[in-house]
Design a protein around this ligand. Structure first.
Ligand code: AMP
Length: 214
Protein backbone atom coordinates (compact mmCIF):
# COMPACT_ATOMS: atom_id res chain seq x y z
CA UNK A 1 0.00 0.00 0.00
CA UNK A 2 1.49 3.33 -1.09
CA UNK A 3 -0.58 6.19 0.27
CA UNK A 4 -0.14 9.90 0.55
CA UNK A 5 -2.09 12.00 3.05
CA UNK A 6 -2.74 15.60 2.10
CA UNK A 7 -4.40 18.23 4.27
CA UNK A 8 -3.86 21.41 6.26
CA UNK A 9 -1.75 21.58 9.44
CA UNK A 10 -3.67 20.35 12.49
CA UNK A 11 -6.22 18.25 10.58
CA UNK A 12 -4.93 15.03 12.16
CA UNK A 13 -2.85 13.66 9.29
CA UNK A 14 -0.15 12.43 11.65
CA UNK A 15 -2.65 10.59 13.86
CA UNK A 16 -4.34 8.97 10.87
CA UNK A 17 -1.03 8.15 9.20
CA UNK A 18 0.16 6.25 12.31
CA UNK A 19 -3.11 4.27 12.48
CA UNK A 20 -3.02 3.51 8.74
CA UNK A 21 0.60 2.38 9.02
CA UNK A 22 -0.53 -0.24 11.58
CA UNK A 23 -3.57 -1.27 9.52
CA UNK A 24 -1.54 -1.84 6.34
CA UNK A 25 1.75 -2.93 7.97
CA UNK A 26 3.84 -0.26 6.26
CA UNK A 27 6.04 2.54 7.67
CA UNK A 28 4.71 6.03 8.37
CA UNK A 29 7.01 8.57 6.73
CA UNK A 30 6.44 12.07 8.09
CA UNK A 31 8.88 14.69 6.81
CA UNK A 32 7.86 16.90 9.77
CA UNK A 33 8.81 14.10 12.24
CA UNK A 34 12.08 13.43 10.36
CA UNK A 35 12.95 17.15 10.51
CA UNK A 36 12.06 17.43 14.23
CA UNK A 37 14.34 14.43 14.89
CA UNK A 38 17.18 16.21 13.02
CA UNK A 39 16.51 19.30 15.16
CA UNK A 40 16.57 17.24 18.41
CA UNK A 41 19.85 15.62 17.33
CA UNK A 42 21.34 19.01 16.46
CA UNK A 43 22.46 17.98 12.95
CA UNK A 44 23.41 20.46 10.21
CA UNK A 45 20.11 19.69 8.41
CA UNK A 46 18.20 20.23 11.67
CA UNK A 47 19.90 23.57 12.26
CA UNK A 48 19.07 24.79 8.74
CA UNK A 49 15.49 23.46 8.81
CA UNK A 50 14.63 24.98 12.21
CA UNK A 51 14.96 28.53 10.88
CA UNK A 52 12.13 27.85 8.45
CA UNK A 53 10.02 25.66 10.73
CA UNK A 54 9.90 28.22 13.54
CA UNK A 55 8.52 30.81 11.13
CA UNK A 56 5.87 28.43 9.78
CA UNK A 57 7.61 28.52 6.38
CA UNK A 58 8.44 25.52 4.21
CA UNK A 59 11.94 24.04 4.31
CA UNK A 60 13.61 24.33 0.84
CA UNK A 61 12.68 21.58 -1.62
CA UNK A 62 16.26 20.31 -2.17
CA UNK A 63 16.74 19.54 1.55
CA UNK A 64 13.37 17.80 1.80
CA UNK A 65 13.83 15.76 -1.37
CA UNK A 66 17.22 14.40 -0.33
CA UNK A 67 15.90 13.52 3.13
CA UNK A 68 12.74 11.85 1.80
CA UNK A 69 14.54 9.88 -0.91
CA UNK A 70 17.04 8.36 1.51
CA UNK A 71 14.12 7.38 3.79
CA UNK A 72 12.24 5.88 0.83
CA UNK A 73 15.25 3.71 -0.01
CA UNK A 74 15.30 1.94 3.34
CA UNK A 75 14.38 -1.74 3.22
CA UNK A 76 11.20 -1.36 5.33
CA UNK A 77 9.37 0.57 2.58
CA UNK A 78 9.32 -2.46 0.29
CA UNK A 79 5.66 -3.29 1.14
CA UNK A 80 4.74 0.40 0.86
CA UNK A 81 4.49 3.54 3.00
CA UNK A 82 2.15 6.21 4.29
CA UNK A 83 3.59 9.60 3.26
CA UNK A 84 2.49 12.36 5.63
CA UNK A 85 3.43 15.99 5.00
CA UNK A 86 5.29 15.18 1.79
CA UNK A 87 5.12 16.35 -0.96
CA UNK A 88 4.13 19.88 -0.02
CA UNK A 89 4.88 21.90 -3.18
CA UNK A 90 4.36 21.27 -6.91
CA UNK A 91 8.15 20.87 -7.51
CA UNK A 92 8.25 18.28 -4.67
CA UNK A 93 5.26 16.45 -6.21
CA UNK A 94 6.91 16.37 -9.63
CA UNK A 95 10.18 15.12 -8.13
CA UNK A 96 8.24 12.51 -6.13
CA UNK A 97 6.46 11.30 -9.30
CA UNK A 98 9.89 10.83 -10.91
CA UNK A 99 11.35 9.15 -7.81
CA UNK A 100 8.53 6.59 -7.90
CA UNK A 101 8.72 6.12 -11.69
CA UNK A 102 12.50 5.45 -11.51
CA UNK A 103 11.76 2.65 -9.03
CA UNK A 104 8.80 1.30 -11.04
CA UNK A 105 6.40 2.21 -8.21
CA UNK A 106 2.95 3.85 -8.19
CA UNK A 107 0.82 5.51 -5.51
CA UNK A 108 -2.43 3.67 -4.69
CA UNK A 109 -4.24 6.81 -3.53
CA UNK A 110 -3.86 10.39 -2.35
CA UNK A 111 -6.24 10.97 0.57
CA UNK A 112 -7.14 14.60 1.24
CA UNK A 113 -8.42 15.36 4.74
CA UNK A 114 -10.15 18.73 5.35
CA UNK A 115 -11.67 20.61 8.30
CA UNK A 116 -12.73 24.23 9.02
CA UNK A 117 -9.83 26.62 9.78
CA UNK A 118 -10.99 27.53 13.32
CA UNK A 119 -11.07 23.83 14.23
CA UNK A 120 -7.52 23.43 12.86
CA UNK A 121 -6.25 26.34 14.96
CA UNK A 122 -7.91 24.82 18.07
CA UNK A 123 -6.37 21.41 17.40
CA UNK A 124 -2.90 22.82 16.84
CA UNK A 125 -3.14 24.79 20.11
CA UNK A 126 -3.96 21.52 21.94
CA UNK A 127 -1.14 19.49 20.42
CA UNK A 128 1.70 18.27 22.68
CA UNK A 129 4.82 16.40 21.54
CA UNK A 130 7.25 14.32 23.60
CA UNK A 131 10.65 16.00 23.91
CA UNK A 132 12.42 12.62 23.90
CA UNK A 133 10.58 10.27 21.51
CA UNK A 134 8.43 12.66 19.44
CA UNK A 135 5.09 10.91 20.25
CA UNK A 136 2.15 13.27 19.71
CA UNK A 137 -0.89 13.91 21.94
CA UNK A 138 -3.76 16.39 22.01
CA UNK A 139 -5.16 17.82 25.24
CA UNK A 140 -8.63 18.03 23.60
CA UNK A 141 -8.81 14.69 21.74
CA UNK A 142 -6.05 12.31 22.81
CA UNK A 143 -4.81 13.44 26.22
CA UNK A 144 -1.87 11.59 27.74
CA UNK A 145 -2.74 9.41 30.77
CA UNK A 146 -0.78 11.78 33.03
CA UNK A 147 -0.82 15.49 32.14
CA UNK A 148 2.47 16.63 30.64
CA UNK A 149 3.99 13.13 30.56
CA UNK A 150 4.49 10.92 27.49
CA UNK A 151 2.53 7.61 27.61
CA UNK A 152 5.17 5.94 25.44
CA UNK A 153 8.49 6.80 27.13
CA UNK A 154 7.63 8.95 30.18
CA UNK A 155 9.37 12.00 28.68
CA UNK A 156 8.11 15.58 29.18
CA UNK A 157 5.51 16.92 26.70
CA UNK A 158 6.06 20.28 25.01
CA UNK A 159 4.08 22.50 22.67
CA UNK A 160 5.66 22.57 19.22
CA UNK A 161 7.46 25.87 18.58
CA UNK A 162 5.39 26.25 15.39
CA UNK A 163 2.02 25.67 17.13
CA UNK A 164 1.75 29.25 18.43
CA UNK A 165 -1.45 30.81 17.06
CA UNK A 166 0.15 33.34 14.69
CA UNK A 167 2.48 30.65 13.31
CA UNK A 168 -0.43 28.23 12.94
CA UNK A 169 -2.34 30.85 10.91
CA UNK A 170 0.77 31.44 8.79
CA UNK A 171 1.10 27.67 8.18
CA UNK A 172 -2.55 27.59 7.07
CA UNK A 173 -1.80 30.31 4.50
CA UNK A 174 1.29 28.45 3.30
CA UNK A 175 -0.85 25.32 2.91
CA UNK A 176 -3.48 27.14 0.80
CA UNK A 177 -0.84 28.78 -1.41
CA UNK A 178 1.76 26.03 -1.82
CA UNK A 179 0.22 22.65 -0.98
CA UNK A 180 -3.50 22.82 -1.88
CA UNK A 181 -2.59 23.01 -5.63
CA UNK A 182 -1.31 19.42 -5.27
CA UNK A 183 -4.94 18.25 -5.16
CA UNK A 184 -5.40 19.28 -8.81
CA UNK A 185 -2.01 17.70 -9.68
CA UNK A 186 -3.12 14.31 -8.29
CA UNK A 187 -6.68 14.65 -9.58
CA UNK A 188 -5.19 14.53 -13.09
CA UNK A 189 -3.74 11.14 -12.11
CA UNK A 190 -7.15 9.99 -10.80
CA UNK A 191 -5.73 9.34 -7.31
CA UNK A 192 -7.61 11.78 -5.06
CA UNK A 193 -10.04 10.53 -2.35
CA UNK A 194 -11.63 13.24 -0.18
CA UNK A 195 -12.42 12.64 3.50
CA UNK A 196 -14.05 14.91 6.12
CA UNK A 197 -11.48 15.37 8.92
CA UNK A 198 -13.81 17.14 11.37
CA UNK A 199 -15.20 13.81 12.68
CA UNK A 200 -13.75 11.82 15.62
CA UNK A 201 -10.47 9.95 14.99
CA UNK A 202 -12.06 6.49 14.56
CA UNK A 203 -14.70 7.83 12.12
CA UNK A 204 -12.02 9.54 9.99
CA UNK A 205 -10.00 6.31 9.92
CA UNK A 206 -13.06 4.32 8.81
CA UNK A 207 -13.82 6.90 6.10
CA UNK A 208 -10.24 6.73 4.81
CA UNK A 209 -10.34 2.92 4.65
CA UNK A 210 -13.65 3.04 2.75
CA UNK A 211 -12.29 5.70 0.38
CA UNK A 212 -9.20 3.61 -0.41
CA UNK A 213 -11.24 0.46 -1.01
CA UNK A 214 -13.51 2.25 -3.51
P1 AMP B 1 4.47 19.00 9.90
O1 AMP B 1 4.86 18.22 11.10
O2 AMP B 1 4.17 18.13 8.71
O3 AMP B 1 3.38 20.00 10.18
O4 AMP B 1 5.77 19.85 9.47
C1 AMP B 1 6.32 20.82 10.34
C2 AMP B 1 7.18 21.80 9.56
O5 AMP B 1 8.25 21.09 8.93
C3 AMP B 1 6.47 22.52 8.43
O6 AMP B 1 5.77 23.66 8.85
C4 AMP B 1 7.67 22.87 7.52
O7 AMP B 1 8.41 23.96 8.05
C5 AMP B 1 8.53 21.63 7.64
N1 AMP B 1 8.17 20.60 6.62
C6 AMP B 1 7.66 19.35 6.84
N2 AMP B 1 7.50 18.69 5.69
C7 AMP B 1 7.89 19.54 4.71
C8 AMP B 1 7.92 19.46 3.29
N3 AMP B 1 7.51 18.36 2.64
N4 AMP B 1 8.39 20.55 2.61
C9 AMP B 1 8.82 21.65 3.24
N5 AMP B 1 8.79 21.81 4.57
C10 AMP B 1 8.33 20.76 5.31
Amino acid sequence: MRLMLLGPPGVGKGTQAKLLAEVYGVPHISTGDLLRQEVREGTELGRRAKEYMDRGALVPDDLILAMFESRLDREDTRPGFIADGFPRTIPQAEAFDQMLARRGLKLDAVVTVEAPVEELVRRSAGRRVCRHCGASFNVHYQPPKVEGVCDVCGGPLDRRDDDREETVRRRQEVYRAETAPLIAHYEKQGLVRRVDGSQPVEAVLAAIKRAIAR
